[in-house]
Design a protein around this ligand. Structure first.
Ligand code: DAH
Length: 362
């Protein structure tokens, strides 16, 4: 009996040591089969119980059961320890150092015109303006007639219009839009007041020198409501120009002007300094014309199905390319459209930094 117990003690030491030493799940499984499996060492001892006296069987059987429990527990404990160690290794291997600088994949640059459009959308969006769109090819009605340009009036010629062969429903030749103002018409025809919108896009005129290209970009603004005034127009433009140029002491000068679609009309100049051979917005005693604006002409409202006795509005239009040149110090407009990647690399913007009023405009 003693000899048998000694055998059990050494078997226990052996099995527990093997469990402790197991380096992976596979060796633990081998151990389990060799000790507890049907052909295993403990099971073999169990089978001997039959030949023992009832007393022997009782003590020896109990000892065997204790051994069995100890061994299976040792195997399970080791298994859990191995799993935990494996997880720890995996976490170590997959750890990311978030303090490393990001790798910037080279995916090109945002064109200054697109950048300025994003900036303007952020500024006017923040003020409650919706962004509308219209096509580059317009009807004569939307580009001129609805905007109160009289038929055959010389004002149509001042726009150096590109006329297409294709005709619209009115029988008049279609045009490459000469300004973004037709989007005012489109918006008023499809939407009831109150209206508060901006539109940005391509415009076309037969013109080409250092400050004019046959294709250029404009932003248009329109507000229609029951009570709107020149004072509202002024407030909105001052806030927008301050935000855009990121200067607080911007001065604006409203000069009387004529546009067929506004009455009264004003051209707006921004205060600048030209002393250093470069135009600087803000300080200084000079002026630079940057936009056209006014109160929407009652005829335009009528042409767009809006009652001018109930509603009034203001509108404004600005050259986007000019704004970009002024803000980012780019001297030649023609370079904007040369598709020269060296120019774009120099003047372009990171695709990762979207303009917004919170994080900064531009
Ligand atoms: N459409 C004008 C142009 O291209 C600019 C303009 C002036 C737009 C006055 C307006 C406005 O909306 O009210 O010369």
């Amino acid at each position: 009996m003693n000899a048998t117990n000694n055998d059990l003690d050494s078997l226990e030491r052996d099995l527990l040591a093997r469990a402790e030493a197991a380096g992976d799940e596979a060796s633990l499984e081998t151990l389990r089969v060799e000790a507890l499996g049907k052909q295993g060492s403990i099971s073999a001892l169990m089978r001997n119980l039959g030949q023992m006296s009832p007393d022997e069987r009782k003590t020896y059987g109990a000892a065997l059961n204790v051994l069995k429990d100890k061994v299976s527990e040792a195997i399970l404990t080791k298994k859990a320890a191995l799993a935990e160690a494996a997880l720890e290794r995996q976490l170590q291997a997959e750890a990311v150092d978030v303090t490393l600088p990001p790798i910037k994949p080279r995916i090109g640059a945002i064109h200054p015109v697109s950048q300025v459009m994003e900036e303007l959308a952020a500024i006017f969006g923040e003020m409650g303006f919706a962004v509308e769109e219209g096509p580059d090819i317009e009807t004569d009605f939307n580009n001129f007639t609805a905007l109160n340009f009289p038929p055959n009036h010389p004002a149509r010629e001042t726009h150096d219009t590109f006329f297409l062969d294709a005709k619209g429903e009115d029988g008049a030749r279609k045009v490459l839009r000469t300004h973004t103002s037709p989007v005012q018409v489109r918006t008023m025809l499809k939407q009831k007041p109150p209206i508060r919108m901006v539109c940005m896009g391509r415009t076309f005129r037969k013109d080409s020198d250092a400050t004019h290209t046959p294709m250029f970009h404009q932003i248009e603004g329109l507000v229609i409501d029951e009570t709107t005034s020149m004072a509202d127009l002024k407030g909105v433009l001052i806030a927008a120009i301050k935000a855009f140029f990121e200067v607080d002491d911007v001065r604006l000068r409203f000069r009387p002007h004529h546009f067929p679609f506004t009455e009264p009309s004003a051209e707006v100049d921004v205060g600048c300094d030209r002393s250093g051979g470069q135009i600087k917005i803000g300080a200084g005693n000079d002026w630079l014309e940057i936009l056209g604006s006014g109160m929407v002409h009652p005829n335009v409202l009528k042409n767009c199905g809006i009652d001018p006795d109930k509603y009034q509005g203001y509108a404004f239009g600005m050259g986007i390319d000019r704004l970009a040149m002024l803000k980012y110090g780019m001297p030649d407009l023609r370079a904007f459209f040369d598709a020269d990647t060296r120019w774009l690399k120099h003047y372009g913007f990171s695709p990762y930094l979207l303009p917004g009023l919170a994080q900064g405009i531009g």
